[in-house]
Design a protein around this ligand. Sequence first.
Ligand code: PAF
Length: 281
Amino acid sequence: MIEGPGIVSTVAALRVRLAAVRQEGVRMGLVPTMGALHEGHLSLVRETRARCGLTVVSIFVNPAQFGPNEDFARYPRTFESDCAKLAGLADVVFAPSVPEMYPEGFATRIEVGGPAQGLESDFRPHFFSGVATVVAKLLIAVMPDEATFGEKDYQQLLVIRRLVADLGLPIEIVAGETVREPDGLAMSSRNAYLSPEERKIASHLNVVLRYVAKKVYDGEPIAAAEADGREALFRAGFASVDYVAIRDAGTLAIIDALEQRSRVLAAGRVGTTRLIDNLAV
Ligand code: PAF
């Protein structure tokens, strides 16, 4: 449970805290987050808790995954209310400082190929190396039996699976289902940036993904369905559309025709807020 001793801010203290539990053979689960916790995160924590004897939640706004003109400085930081939400759900909150994760002289970055190429990388070239670097550090610090990542960031989930497989880390990567608002908008800490007017426009992202999935399922060629999706997002009021793409769900490779496991993914801006979402087709 979250009390003073449940919150640790250094890797050394975390290792001490976890050592005894590890020796007892208790299954450990990690849910990495950047805080500003919402129901989407909490559902991942609940699922982890149901499977594991000890649940660690990390809260770290990772500067390495933000570009120079992105929202690192204004990313919501709500540590106290995050800890209150985790009371009774997490056993340990790992909340390191930036120098704890990136001490002076830190000079390593992990680059993942494969699923990291294209889509998000075309618009946020720094993003996946920043995520891969911090996630590798978090996994090595905790060495959990499993770690859970939301399907909302579907490409990130595949990148982390690739990372863990390639580094040979003996950690199961679990996918958590996207939690949505009643109108279908995927929960995201960045939804807090939206004005009431923008919030209405944002709800179209999920509607358009469903529309594209249905079109292609009904036989429309993939490129035409993607173009229809872009147009529908602009019509709904999106300021820009980075991509609407139907890809292989396992590799994110470009496909010519619908496959058994396909995924439709989209990213765009409402006002200045960038939103992403995806669905199984
Ligand atoms: O999805 C997120 O919140 C972040 O990208 C993650 C995985 C916690 C790494 O900073």
